[in-house]
Design a protein around this ligand. Structure first.
Ligand SMILES: [Ca+2]
Length: 368
């Protein structure tokens, strides 16, 4: 075929191959299982089995066809107080052959001190083997707040989000892990090409800094963007593109305000050092687990960001954001009030969307 004929064909192909939009009225929400406390994370370990991490420190294997679930034994202890507990699970890129996965969790020191840790294990049947804590972050605090705790395994590395631990002096302090995105190798080592390796007084695991409480992290292999969501104070929740070595501004600048009123820091949303968020929610939606949709269940949503929200007072559940390559071009609230306080979002091999919430439910979204 010569190029001229190809050029004529392309517009017609583009027209007829465009996926039809999804009408959320045509979707149904089913409860697959419940009783998991607060569902913080889910990862499909086979076509029909999802690993469910509960905030209270439990792992279960859930068969999404039958709804039957089995408790995973030998799971690590955690601190369970306020926001402390299990946070996220991420499968090793070679999970299918090595059965290895990662779990982020609150780890204890001399009570009541705790910090964010990363645990690695192999899932053999419904038990954990070869367990190891590969990272205890330098973010110890007596408070049990703002751990962040999201994980992404990508490109031979593990990315870890960590909140400011409700201590504002640290996100700009490069000798602390509070308020950072970290990047380590899959065995816990520090990669030699991290941005701050070799700088005196700077923790070498740091990938980006100036974050408040990042509770969403997801990598889109098509656009090659690492997406992050973080909670603002009063107003100003952010969607950020995570760039190597970049500063996201907290608490020097913020799109939000003090809870009791009044400006934060310089009283401006951005300055010349700040990486600008592509999207800001004011008032807050309390964004949580995030997933870049890639499945065949809803072709029109491929590449869209699905973000869980906890701001139940406004009846929210899931936000779909469209990145058009330059900016966020569409924001749609889905299933308003139908999903509870959503903590995590993922998809099955068939492309159906799975949501975990604060009511201990695993929900499935698919066409009617
Ligand atoms: Ca910011």
């Amino acid at each position: 075929m010569n190029t001229r004929r190809l050029a004529l064909l392309v517009p017609f192909f583009a027209l007829y191959s465009r996926p039809s939009p999804v009408d959320s009225q045509s979707l149904r929400v089913d409860t697959i299982a419940s009783g998991f406390g607060i569902v913080r994370s889910m990862a499909f370990v086979s076509a029909d089995t999802v690993l469910v991490a509960s905030h209270g420190g439990d792992l279960h294997l859930l068969d999404v066809i039958t709804g039957r679930h089995t408790r995973v034994t030998n799971a690590p202890p955690t601190v369970t107080r306020e926001e402390a507990g299990y946070f996220d699970v991420a499968l090793h890129p070679a999970f299918a052959s090595n059965r290895t996965f990662f779990l982020s969790l609150a780890v204890g020191g001399i009570p009541p001190r705790s910090t964010l840790g990363v645990f690695r294990a192999r899932l053999i049947g419904a038990s954990l083997r070869d367990t190891a804590t590969i990272l205890r972050t330098a973010a110890w605090d007596t408070s049990a707040q703002h751990y962040g705790g999201q994980l992404v395994a990508h490109d031979g590395h593990l990315f870890i989000s960590i909140g400011d631990r409700y201590a504002r002096q640290y996100p700009q302090d490069m000798d602390a892990h509070n308020g950072k995105i970290l990047r380590i190798a899959l065995d816990g080592a520090v990669p030699s090409d991290n941005p701050f390796v070799g700088r005196p007084g700077v923790r070498p695991e740091i990938w980006s800094f100036g974050h408040r409480n990042p509770q969403g992290l997801a990598y889109d292999s098509a656009s090659r963007i690492m997406w992050e969501t973080e909670h603002g104070p009063r107003h100003g929740d952010e969607l950020n593109r995570i760039e190597r070595g970049a500063d996201y501004g907290w608490p020097r600048v913020s799109w939000g305000w003090e809870y009791e009123g009044g400006a934060i820091g310089a009283g401006i949303p951005i300055d010349s050092q700040t990486t600008v968020p592509p999207w800001v929610w004011s008032p807050n939606v309390a964004p949580t687990g995030m997933h870049v949709y890639s499945g065949r269940g809803f072709p029109a949503w491929r590449g869209n960001l699905l973000v869980g929200t906890m701001q139940a007072r406004r009846g929210l559940g899931l936000v779909r954001l469209v990145w058009n390559g330059t900016q966020i071009s569409q924001v749609e609230f889905l299933f308003t009030g139908q999903l509870g306080r959503v903590r995590c979002v993922t998809e099955s091999g068939e492309g159906w969307i799975f949501v975990g919430n604060d009511s201990g439910q695993v929900l499935m979204i698919r066409p009617r």
